[in-house]
Design a protein around this ligand. Structure first.
Ligand SMILES: [Zn+2]
Length: 337
């Protein structure tokens, strides 16, 4: 699995705790964006499962390492949310707990890795809590979450929590440019990084998956919208993605316009490649209007994140028309609380 340089310190801290026999049997890694948690957990899993681990790496020659290399280590249980229900049901958790209690294979170390624990059902959590209190010998749990606020306190209190934060912007930028091998200019790389809250893996995905081009089209469309005063042209754009990526990008432009209007230094701007668009918006509305309209857009984003079965097109049309006439509605704010 690909390794990321900003994980070195946390990796060595966690391994140190295991080397000193002070390692916790349940680790919870929290990261709002992808900062390489899978790679970190996999490296620790490899070290723990290895029969002759070196200081920071598995040996890669013992029987357990060979089984891991071909994906056949029998006591490693990676668990993902169900594709259809987006939950982790109690049956799969029970089967896993049963296996680690009764069917340990030749290996001594048993490892469970649950991705996105916020998707565990209440029943699944109850079953897990009992095992976390009294885990079978040589059993390790690894959990990952994008939002630990959604995890019950009873569960959190049984885990050792680590927050995986993005690297410094300079390190992230250096890594991103290496991956792009000259295909992206400095300004675009820095802007993509800022749009992804500093997470280089996510910024790289923007270029790889064509999202960067989509964002540029959105910016062009916002520009035409403001110039032509035809606000409804934005509806199909903002309605494109169920994950609200377009709406999020659009909101970052408004945030930048507000910063610009308030005279905040250019180096704090997110959309560094869209200064012309940002100044046009900043010239069009005053600070108080921009601030209130921004709050409305943020409320709408929260609302869309919370409720998926809503008439997005209708609500976007309503919001855009109100934005055009500088009207502040109260309903989104109430709904999104
Ligand atoms: Zn080994």
């Amino acid at each position: 699995m690909k390794w990321y340089p900003w994980l070195n310190i946390i990796h060595s801290k966690i391994l140190n705790s295991y080397r000193k026999n002070r390692g916790h049997h349940a680790l919870l890694l929290n990261a709002k964006w992808d900062n390489g948690e899978d790679a970190l957990i996999y490296a620790i899993v490899r070290w723990l499962s290895c029969s002759h681990p070196r200081e920071t790496r598995h040996c890669n020659v013992c029987y357990n390492c060979k089984l891991m290399n071909i994906g056949h280590y029998p006591d490693y249980y990676p668990i993902n949310p169900d594709n259809n229900t987006q939950t982790i049901g109690v049956d799969i958790i029970r089967a896993c707990i049963n296996a680690i209690h009764h069917h340990s294979y030749r290996s001594q170390v048993k490892i469970i890795f649950i991705k996105y624990v916020e998707h565990l059902t209440d029943q699944s959590i109850n079953v897990l809590l009992k095992t976390l209190d009294e885990p079978p010998i040589n059993t390790y749990f690894f959990f990952k979450t994008r939002d630990y606020m959604k995890i019950p306190l009873t569960f959190l209190s049984r885990c050792m929590k680590w927050s995986i934060t993005p690297p410094k912007e300079s390190l992230g930028l250096q890594w991103l440019k290496q991956q792009q091998e000259g295909r992206v200019d400095d300004k675009s790389a820095q802007c993509a990084l800022r749009l992804c809250n500093g997470a280089p893996i996510e910024a790289e995905a923007m270029f790889k998956l064509g999202m960067w081009k989509q964002r540029l089209e959105l910016c062009k469309s916002i520009y035409c919208t403001i110039i032509n005063k035809d606000f409804l042209k934005l509806v199909p754009f903002l309605n494109t993605c169920r994950k609200n990526t377009y709406l999020y990008w659009f909101i970052t432009i408004l945030v930048d316009a507000l910063k610009w209007k308030q005279g905040i230094n250019k180096r704090f701007i997110i959309n560094l490649d869209q200064i012309e668009l940002i100044t046009i918006i900043a010239d069009y509305w005053n600070v108080s209007s921009l601030s209130l309209q921004l709050q409305q857009w943020l409320s709408l984003l929260c609302y869309f994140q919370k409720f998926t079965s809503v008439d997005r097109e209708l609500l976007l049309t309503y919001r855009l028309l109100n934005w055009k006439q500088d009207i502040v509605e109260s309903c989104f704010h109430v709904w999104s609380i």
